[in-house]
Design a protein around this ligand. Structure first.
Ligand SMILES: *Cc1c(COP(=O)(O)O)cnc(C)c1O
Length: 400
């Protein structure tokens, strides 16, 4: 009798009771719009921003409607203009190139490594072609940020970080999102805090913060922000920044504030689950685990591994056999995007380059979410199932 897993890979935990109570409070008083505040009231969105800035040690934080909105607002605020080129990872999620396209710019894709991070040699080769890098810490993997920043500083490239999977993570003790000029985060259901939709950006730069606040739709009510530069900075930019409405509302902010406070504990729980899967998948012939650098303090909210150089039919066989036992694996090597899009060649509104190194990595890349509704026993069971099915297919000789 082979074991079957019956949990759901898309079921997150409930919103904490404190968040539910705060959300009810907002609904009862009815002031959902972030600038609709009573005299003397800061409002949930403004309080959330101050707390987020403090959490990552940034001067300013802005809460917005989505991670994608955070990135396009950030790109506009650092000065990206229609027709500009923006460097980004060839392996990321669709909202990343989408944010570049939203400001009328064009992505230049950089290869990714077997460690699933941006290839710094390829980045060095392409750095002269753009003034901005939208760096995606895809699936929570952080590249050597010291080397990346040295390279970008030397080339005059401004770094905007996509931290959708690294909220709560750090590199060499520096919170993810705090190496670059702007850090962007998502509060969409499958990220590390959940308001359905939502996002943040953080920066230390006065003018970028002012541009982002006005750009995300402040209707000249920027003085209601608790986390904002002085008024004179807004005076310098207020007539020059278009309002592209993408505000966070008080209802979502109310749901998020208790989750931010709980994040460190949640990170520890995710990492315990990640390690349970990792231990269960050690030394499986044909399966390569992703090495995690010592400087990287990650958040193990999803798990990746490589069936390196397997042929497509054999990978499909593993995915199907795991699915039959209740384990949902994503495969990034499929020719057509299904349910998600994460490959540069799925984004045909922009030029599609030749990226053989990325193609080779993605051809063998499998991935799964690890929601906190899974127990450690669940994670061990999932690992046993993957181990058995990878081994069966590998031994049948179908692999490469
Ligand atoms: C989820 C995600 C985002 C942002 O997504 P939104 O749905 O716009 O909040 C950005 N980058 C990556 C890699 C993501 O997975």
């Amino acid at each position: 009798m082979s074991e079957v897993f019956t949990g759901s890979f898309t079921q997150q935990e409930p919103i904490p009771e404190a968040g539910i109570a705060a959300a009810l409070e907002v609904m009862r008083h009815g002031r959902l719009h972030r600038y609709n505040t009573a005299p003397g009231e800061a409002g949930e969105a403004a309080l959330l921003e101050a707390e987020f800035a403090a959490m990552v040690g940034a001067r300013y934080a802005l809460a917005v409607a989505s991670g994608g909105a955070a990135m396009s607002t950030a790109l506009r605020a650092v000065g990206v203009r229609p027709g500009d080129k923006v460097l980004t990872n060839a392996f990321t999620l669709a909202p990343v190139p989408g944010a570049i396209a939203a400001v009328g710019a064009e992505p230049i894709y950089v290869e990714v490594t077997e460690g699933l991070v941006i290839d710094l040699d390829d980045l060095a080769a392409k750095a002269g072609a753009a003034d901005v890098l939208l760096l995606s810490h895809m699936r929570g993997h952080i590249c050597d940020m010291d080397r990346l920043m040295a390279l970008c500083d030397a080339a005059g490239v401004t770094v905007v970080e996509d931290c959708a999977h690294t909220m709560g993570a750090s590199w060499a003790g520096v919170p993810s999102g705090r190496h670059g000029w702007v850090g962007c985060y998502s509060a969409q259901t499958y990220k590390h805090v959940n308001s359905g939709e939502g996002g943040f950006l953080v920066t230390d730069d006065d003018e970028v913060a002012a541009r982002a606040i006005i750009g995300s739709g402040s209707y000249m009510l920027f003085e209601r922000h608790a986390s904002a530069p002085p008024r004179e900075v807004f005076e310098r930019v207020r007539y020059d920044v278009p309002n592209v409405s993408a505000r966070m509302d008080n209802l979502r902010a109310a749901i998020l504030r208790p989750q931010l406070a709980a994040l460190p504990g949640q990170v520890a729980r995710w990492n315990a689950r990640y390690r349970a899967v990792e231990v269960g998948l050690r030394d499986v012939p044909g399966l390569t685990l992703i090495a995690r650098p010592a400087a990287e303090a990650y958040v193990g909210s999803s798990f990746q591994a490589l069936l390196a150089d397997w042929d497509g039919a054999a990978v499909r066989e593993v995915v199907a056999r795991c699915a039959a036992r209740g384990v949902e694996l994503k495969w990034f090597g499929a020719a057509e995007p299904v349910g998600f899009t994460s490959r540069y060649d799925s984004w045909r509104y922009a030029p599609v380059p030749e990226l053989p190194r990325t193609d080779r990595v993605l051809a063998g890349l499998i991935d799964m979410r690890l929601p906190l509704t899974f127990s450690l026993d669940d994670c061990a069971l999932i690992a046993r199932i993957i181990r058995a099915e990878v081994s069966a297919v590998y031994q049948a000789g179908a692999a490469g």
